[in-house]
Ligand binder design. Structure first.
Ligand code: FE2
Length: 157
């Protein structure tokens, strides 16, 4: 046995080492977690919150043929989504690329990632989306001078 230091932080509800795409896939394959929430809305893309913790949200979305998002980003959030059924098409603005997605495929996003997602297929589509808040960090001087481009703040945490 060993003593636990007084400033030890309890394990987070969402392990930060679990990639959001793995979480999206896990939810996608476990229909018992969201099947009761699934709806199709002829007027707009349907979305329902499946699960939420302090650092993460999981959303179920359904897309009738032709339904889409606007071009958008996710602020400072990171995340991923997985197609459960049907097909979706993702257009990534900064790369100018378009990705047709079939069931089981996932896409990952982070800050600065802007995309548009659309159901171009003939059938309804279902997808699971994970959004994770980004940990904010402050640069802290260690007595060896300010953090600079050679010592970016991202390395401070
Ligand atoms: Fe998005």
């Amino acid at each position: 046995m060993f003593a636990v230091p007084a400033n030890t932080i309890a394990a987070a509800t969402v392990a930060p080492t679990v990639h959001p795409a793995l979480i999206a896939r896990a939810y996608a394959t476990d229909r018992s977690r969201w099947a009761h929430l699934l709806r199709y809305d002829p007027d707009e893309r349907f979305a329902a919150l499946v699960d939420a913790t302090a650092g993460q949200q999981v959303w179920l979305m359904s897309w009738l043929p032709g339904q889409q998002t606007d071009l958008h980003d996710h602020g400072a959030a990171t995340g991923a989504f997985t197609v459960v059924s049907g097909t979706l098409t993702e257009h990534v603005r900064h790369r100018g690329t378009t990705h047709p997605l079939v069931p089981g495929q996932s896409r990952v996003f982070g800050p600065g990632y802007a995309h548009q997602v659309r159901n171009d297929g003939p059938d309804p589509a279902v997808s699971l989306h994970v959004y994770r808040a980004v940990r904010t960090m402050r640069a802290v001087s260690d007595g060896f001078g300010p953090l600079t481009a050679d010592r970016p703040a991202e390395l401070a945490g």
